[in-house]
Design a protein around this ligand. Sequence first.
Ligand code: MF3
Ligand code: CO
Length: 259
Amino acid sequence: MTARRPASPARIALRSREELAAIRAAARVVARTIAELREAVRPGIRTRDLEHLAAESFRRQGARSGTLGYFGYPGQLCISVNDEVVHGIPGERRLAEGDLVKLDVVAVKDGFYGDAAVSVPVGEVRPEVARLVRVTEEALWAGIAQARPGNHIGDIGHAIERHVAAHGLVVVRDFVGHGIGRAMHEPPQVPNFGEPGTGPLLRPGMVLAIEPQVNLGTAAVRILDDGWTAVTADGAWSAHFEHTVAITEAGPEVLTLDA
Ligand code: MF3
Ligand code: CO
C-alpha cells in the first residue's frame, strides 16, 4: 500500500481463532492462485491472460479479487513488469524472454483478506536480475523471522533493509506492508526499513502483510499517467515479494505458502 505519514493511529486487531481460520482460508486462495499463475508465465502470454486465470482461480475457490474496484483499481490482480514496481494493470502486454514479472494477488473469501506477491523470471533473466530476485525474497524472509511476540514493527523493517543494503541494493520507501484481515489494508503500516525496538509492539493474533520492494538503481518511484502503475524513477528493474503472516505464540505463521 502507499505509505502515508504519520502512521495510522487506529488500533491493531487481535484475531480470534475463528477469524484466523478465515484469514487462513483467504490466504490459501491467494497461494493457490499464485501457484497457478506461476505455471502459466511464459514468453508470449499477455498479462490479460494471467488476469483471466486469476479470476477463474478465485471463482473456483469461492473467493473474489480484493484489488478489483479498490479505489477504482481496474484489475483482478496487480501485474508489474521489469521497471514497474507495484500496481501495474493487466492488459495487452505480452511477456518476453528475460522479463521479470511481479504478480500481486489479493483474495477475499467470506469477508476476509489474504495478500501475497512473487517475482517470476520469464525464461532466463540477466544474472543481476536473478540476484535481485533472490535478495528480495531473502529480505522478505528476514523480515518474517522478526514477526514474533515481543518484537516491534521496526524490527521487521530493519531486518529487511539490512539484508538488502548488505547486497548493495535499495528498498522502496514509498510503499509499505500493512495489517490485513477484514480489509486489505489495516493498521499498522509495516515499512521496509526501521529502527529495532521501535513502532507498535507485536502480539499474538496480529496478522501482517510484509512486502519488500527492492530496486537495482535508485529507490525513487513515480506513478504513470494511468494513475496506478509505479515505476522506478531511473528505469532500473525492481522485485517484490509478499506474504501474509500471523503472529502466534510460537512465532510467525506464513499463511500464503502454497499447500
Ligand atoms: N499488495 C498490494 C498492496 O498491499 C495490493 C493492493 S494493490 C491495489 O498495496 F491496487 F489494489 F491497491
Ligand atoms: Co499488500
